[in-house]
Design a protein around this ligand. Structure first.
Ligand SMILES: *Cc1c(COP(=O)(O)O)cnc(C)c1O
Length: 394
């Protein structure tokens, strides 16, 4: 790595990441190739045996993708990054590499819908058991651990309830019970939270969200600080064939350069919007970690370098009122996903979490009236007046 970790995070966003650069290009070149030429038959054999470093085939490794993997590994203070085609590819690579028939996983009940659905509907067919609890409550986690529990899987802040889980305590608990702690860090990005520093073994991202930040790419990344664990995950990604594409990697590298200024701005906007909603007579409740009313506000202050830009709230009129608001906003876009420059509004119960069972949703606190709002970098006055005119119609 050209630059040491002594640089501040905003400098590392721009300058970290390894790439060979014989022509002195200022940005990372896109190596749009599926395969690489060997110098000789012997060289090819040595690349395969691992005696020599060298690129072989893009599913196994590619210089543009490597630049992104080393960049995100550095930001997360890990040692290895494994890029994947999507966030869900990262989830399934982790499940498949680290869980076997007869194993059990304890996970946050409020998680990204598909990462729970794939476990309960598909991994269960291969004999992996799962228990979903509110990981913000450590007693619930403890009570769920069984002799065959191999993984504690946490999303914090949780999607879409914004509950905060104590990662230091979870890491202690996981390691006492010889489990790996896996953290979905999508909602915070390494700019706001670095789970590996807090004791997690594996951290991953849907880079579709904050890291890329421009709603134009789907991508994932797994990071570890343990070599053996990293090798296991990489070899599973290569075997599953859920690798990233070099062009996709280039786009994410480009997006990451502005992560700091995007988050500074969007979380500033979010704080103002959360306060506006909290004081609005038609709003029943607001969950934003930056509000003093958030149940884990203290923990969020300790664990994170900022409160992010995801807000969940419910109107007093419930779902019916929420629909009027969603159908009438004009600056915010009615769409799933999050973490981009543009503000998005959506309804988890019928959209992102629609395939989670009604009972599981209720238990996880995903109420029918919950509206999820991902704050972008627009002018905050415009976002507030947009909400205002929508709320007037309710
Ligand atoms: C979007 C998302 C995922 C899945 O990522 P994709 O890139 O859509 O496959 C996983 N976790 C969280 C928290 C997400 O928001």
């Amino acid at each position: 790595m050209k630059h040491s970790k002594k640089l501040g995070i905003n400098s590392r966003l721009i300058h970290s990441g390894e790439f060979e650069n014989p022509l002195g290009s200022a940005t990372v070149p896109i190596y749009q190739t599926s395969t690489f030429i060997f110098e000789s038959a012997d060289h090819g054999a040595k690349c395969f045996s691992g005696e020599e470093d060298g690129y072989i085939y893009t599913r196994i490794g590619n210089p543009t993708i490597h630049a992104l993997e080393t960049l995100v590994a550095d930001l997360e203070t890990g040692t290895q990054g494994i890029a994947t085609s999507s966030g869900m590819a990262a989830v399934n690579t982790i499940y498949m590499a680290l869980l076997s028939k007869g194993d059990h996983i304890v996970s946050s009940a409020a998680v990204y819908g598909p990462s729970r659905v794939v476990m309960e509907q598909h991994w269960s067919r291969f004999g992996v058991e799962s228990t979903y609890v509110n990981t913000a409550n450590l007693d619930e986690v403890k009570a769920a651990i069984k002799p065959n529990t191999k993984m504690l899987y946490v999303e914090t802040p949780a999607n879409p309830t914004m509950d905060i889980t104590d990662l230091v305590e979870c890491a202690k608990l996981a390691h006492e019970h010889k489990m790996v702690l896996v953290v979905d860090n999508t909602f915070s990005s390494p700019y706001l939270q670095r789970p590996l520093e807090l004791g997690a073994d594996v951290v991953f991202h849907s880079m579709t969200k904050f890291l890329n930040g421009h709603a134009d790419i789907v991508a994932g990344m797994i990071v570890t600080k343990d070599d053996a664990l990293g090798k296991k995950l990489r070899s599973m990604m290569v075997t599953l064939g859920c690798n990233m594409d070099p062009h996709q990697a280039y786009m994410v590298i480009r997006g990451i350069k502005t992560l700091g200024i995007r988050i500074d701005r969007s979380q500033g906007n979010a704080m103002e919007i959360a306060a506006y909603l909290e004081n609005h007579p038609k709003v029943a409740w607001v969950k934003y970690p930056g509000l003093k009313s958030h149940p884990q506000h203290e923990l969020a202050t300790r664990q994170m370098d900022g409160f992010g830009s995801m807000i969940s709230f419910e109107l007093k009129g419930g779902l019916k009122a929420g629909k009027i608001l969603m159908d009438n906003v004009k600056v915010a876009i009615l769409a799933v996903s999050l973490g981009g420059v543009e503000t998005l509004i959506q309804h988890p119960a019928s959209m992102t979490h629609s395939k989670v069972s009604a009972e599981a949703k209720a238990k996880a606190g995903i109420t029918d009236g919950l509206v999820r709002y991902s704050v972008g970098i627009e002018d905050v006055e415009d976002l507030i007046s947009d909400l205002e005119q929508g709320l007037d119609l309710v």
